[in-house]
Write a protein that binds this ligand. Structure first.
Ligand SMILES: [Zn+2]
Length: 441
């Protein structure tokens, strides 16, 4: 009996924490039981991974599934389906929904809902506000909560906290790592009057300039140092911030977005118009090159999509009335695999920063490693498969992607969540099996 498994993955090249090895993987009760099986081991299901690479389940720690909100744009059922079709096993969902996730009642509703409808495992952010600051220490410890998210700039209604005094109060409430959207709100507001409706879409990066991001990050790092509170700076977009962060690695981790590794100005605004508008903005090539350097020297801890869908009509409005935010949960893995094939980083580093990284930064239990005892989450990829991203493939009801027409070498061909094969060759299989991720308190 001990030689029988629920699932065996045979003949694959496994991306282990210590290197890539050709080995078999045995799964029982949703966990990895052993690597390197005997030839006579049996299983209910045998997955032949010949010619394929098996990565630890990849995690997108930055998605906006807009649920509750406008289901014609996105929802947890559709967003999580996009995640598994795109090779992700876990996502962490942001709190700026309608209503926002800022209290125990909202989180309790969302926990129950996620476990009924999600195709992938999920972590839930709690949004910090001035009103809930005193209770953040309790809220961040609730089941399934991946941490506190603070919008320190980029107005999102009641979720924004922009002044140092209020930010310091947040940092003194609770103890887990806090994730920040870092742009200096005062500088953003001061510069807004310099532009007019209908200016070119590239005005977005001039208005929200490098100093907006760098100043926001300098302020947050000073407060993190003052309070000793660990911080995670989301979507770093400037060379200056990557350089500055190196002095704070004892306390501060950071994220880079696939868009900031892939798209650059002015090209993106000329080709895509409003469909390139996001916060912080896509900038010139110099910053994209700095992001790659930071990824490959280890400054970067996580890669996200910042999947933030909007209706097509809202993206087509003249700048600055066009909505900010891009779809991306389904295209994150293919785009990164193509970067690996182009030699911009290694498959080992991709697995490190897209699985081990988010598990470490957020304290996710049982995630992030293809190793015995860990959750049987796998992203199975064909490194040789060539395919062009098409909008018809996108399952988000918003229906568009800024990567339409991009051809990729390397593609996710199966997604396995705690031992359940939920996607194989573009087909969604079975029923939604997603559960809340457990986090170290
Ligand atoms: Zn975001």
């Amino acid at each position: 009996m001990s030689n029988h498994y629920d699932l065996i993955l045979r003949n694959g090249h496994c991306v282990l924490p210590w290197g890539i090895e050709a080995t078999d993987v045995g799964v029982r009760n949703g966990r990895i039981i052993s690597l390197g099986l005997n030839g006579d081991a049996t299983a209910d299901t045998v997955f032949d991974a010949k010619g394929l690479h098996i990565l630890p389940g990849l995690i997108d720690p930055h998605v906006h599934f807009r649920d509750p909100g406008d289901a014609t744009v996105e929802s947890i059922p559709t967003g999580s389906k996009g995640a598994i079709l795109g090779g992700l096993t876990t996502v962490f969902d942001m709190p700026n929904t309608t209503p926002s996730m800022v209290d125990a009642a909202g989180l309790a509703w969302k926990r129950d809902y996620v476990e009924r409808v999600s195709w992938c495992d999920m972590g839930i952010y709690v949004g910090g506000t001035r009103a809930n600051t005193p209770s953040l220490g309790d809220l961040e410890l609730t089941c399934g909560c991946c941490g506190i998210k603070i919008f320190a700039g980029s107005s999102t209604g009641d979720l924004m906290i922009e002044d140092d005094e209020s930010l310091e109060k947040v940092m003194r409430s609770g103890r887990r790592r806090i994730a920040f959207h870092s742009e200096d709100e005062y500088r953003l507001q001061a510069r807004k009057g310099m532009y007019n409706v209908g200016d070119p879409y590239s005005s977005h990066m001039e208005w929200r300039d490098e100093e907006c991001a760098f100043l926001g990050t300098r302020r947050l790092l000073a407060l993190a140092r003052k309070t000793g509170r660990p911080a995670h700076i989301l979507h770093i977009s400037t060379a200056q911030e990557f350089q500055y962060l190196k002095e704070y690695r004892d306390l501060v981790t950071c994220e880079v977005l696939v868009n900031h590794l892939t798209q650059f100005a002015p090209d993106c605004y000329e080709r895509l118009g409003g469909f390139a508008v996001m916060n912080p903005p896509i900038r010139g090539k110099h910053h994209m090159e700095a992001a790659w350097k930071a990824l490959n020297d280890g400054t970067v801890d996580t890669i996200g999509s910042d999947h933030a869908p909007h209706a097509r009509e809202k993206k087509m409005l003249p700048w600055p009335n066009c909505a900010s935010g891009l779809t991306g949960v389904q295209t994150l893995v293919p785009i990164m695999l193509d970067h690996v094939n182009a030699g911009r980083t290694s498959l080992m580093r991709m697995a490190d920063v897209m699985s081990a990284g988010p598990a470490r930064v957020y304290g996710a239990v049982g995630k992030g490693r293809l190793a015995a005892g860990y959750d049987a989450d796998f992203t199975v990829v064909d490194m040789k498969k060539q395919r062009t991203i098409e909008e018809s493939w996108i399952v988000s009801p918003s229906g568009w992607t800024p990567f339409a027409g991009v051809s990729c070498t390397g593609w996710p061909v199966a997604t396995i969540v705690r031992g359940a094969v939920v996607m194989r060759e573009d087909e969604v299989q079975g029923a939604p099996v997603g559960k809340l991720v457990r986090f170290r308190g």
